[in-house]
Design a protein around this ligand. Structure first.
Ligand code: SF4
Length: 372
């Protein structure tokens, strides 16, 4: 007589029960998710969580322009292929005039609604340089949302000016700053920061800047740069720290996982390779599952490539990022993707994934929808 065996329970089953019951996942759950090799199971669970938490068929993108005010940086993060010293070939510090001129020229070609600008921490400028950039861009294009400067750059401005983080943010907001991007977070664990970015300020400052911005009503974004020395535990810890701040303030608009690119960094000489597709998809899925209070998770095609970003839309992502005119930082580190995408192409990929493309502004207001 055949013996009936109970179906084997997957490690994902108890987590699925929590998701279905709308229970918050904890550190151990996060670790179990990270350790799971059931990539498709993770994707299905993350997409279920997205829908149970109110997500619909829409996939957002924004029409944006990327600018970098300078590539001169004093910090020397080991993972960075973008930064140079002032004497190295190719070093630049753009004046506010140059940036405005460039943005106006690009505006005639693409009707972007957002400028995303980050750069190196140059010791050769002062705080007025940053204030001038924001004021001039805002005066030239008052209808364009200015998403400018990482938390590290805001911290740098406090050291340049002697002002507090709040004073710096108030001043920038008064001349037109709309929101902050999420860069500079890397991985928060002290061990990781010592290995990859020993010259960068302590992660507590990243939290302080974002908490202060949220308190002033300035929305921000959050990121994690993964795929280098960090452990699964450190990834989960990073995500849970972001979740805790979001519980407190509600000021994050979106989470963007950033895959590490080793080219032209010290890690390339050590033979390090890119993340794999499975790891990228896992990161999207686990982020969606753990960050139950961050409304949007971006599949950043600049790093993942369009086909993988499209697949990520079934792993919990609901944002395709944007047209991203002229990305430089990840291309310096070997990203093989285009530096720009046309709206038609974004729409085509989103539709082919069975979802509804929606052009948004920075604050996720809907500007245009492709329903048919
Ligand atoms: S990641 Fe940013 S802070 Fe670090 S070296 Fe590069 S530009 Fe400088």
């Amino acid at each position: 007589m055949a013996v009936l065996q109970a179906p084997r329970r997957s490690v994902l089953d108890p987590i699925r029960e929590k998701v279905e019951a709308n229970e918050r996942l904890d550190f151990e759950d996060g670790l179990a998710l990270m350790e799971s090799d059931d990539v498709l199971g993770l994707g299905e669970l993350a997409d279920l969580a997205r829908q149970l938490r109110g997500g619909d068929n829409r996939v957002f993108f924004v029409q944006n322009l990327y600018l970098n005010q300078t590539n001169v940086c004093r910090v020397k993060c080991k993972f960075c292929a973008f930064a140079v010293t002032r004497r190295q070939p190719g070093a630049y510090i753009h004046t506010p005039d140059e940036l405005v001129e460039d943005a106006l020229r690009q505006r005639e070609l693409t009707g972007f609604t957002e400028i995303h600008m980050v750069g190196g921490e140059s010791p050769h400028v002062d705080f007025d340089y940053y204030v001038d950039i924001v004021r001039r861009l805002h005066e030239a294009m008052p209808e364009v949302h200015l998403k400018l400067f990482t938390a590290s750059e805001i911290h740098h401005m406090t050291t340049l000016s002697g002002l507090t983080h709040e004073e710096v943010l108030r001043e920038l907001r008064s001349v037109g700053l709309g929101s902050l991007p999420g860069g500079g977070a890397e991985v928060f664990a002290d061990r990781v920061r010592r290995l990859i970015a020993p010259g960068k300020e302590h992660p507590d400052f990243w939290f302080h800047v974002h908490r202060t911005a949220h308190g002033l009503g300035i929305p921000t974004h959050c990121t994690m740069l993964y795929g280098h020395v960090e452990t699964y535990e450190e990834r989960v810890d990073h995500l849970l720290r972001l979740r805790a701040l979001q519980d407190e303030t509600g000021g994050f608009l979106a989470f963007i996982p950033l895959a590490f690119h080793p080219e032209n960094t010290v890690f390339e000489r050590r033979g390090w390779r890119h993340t794999t597709g499975a790891d990228d998809l896992k990161l999207i899925a686990v982020s969606r599952l753990l960050l139950d209070n961050v409304p949007n998770v971006k599949a950043y095609w600049i790093m993942m490539g369009m086909p993988m970003a499209q697949v990520a839309l079934h792993f919990g992502a609901n944002d395709f990022q944007g047209t991203v005119v002229r990305e430089e930082i990840f291309h310096a580190a070997g990203a093989q993707t285009e530096t720009e995408q046309k709206i038609d192409e974004l729409v085509r990929f989103v539709r082919a994934a069975g979802r509804v493309p929606v052009q948004r502004d920075t604050l996720y207001n809907e500007l245009r929808r492709w329903d048919d």
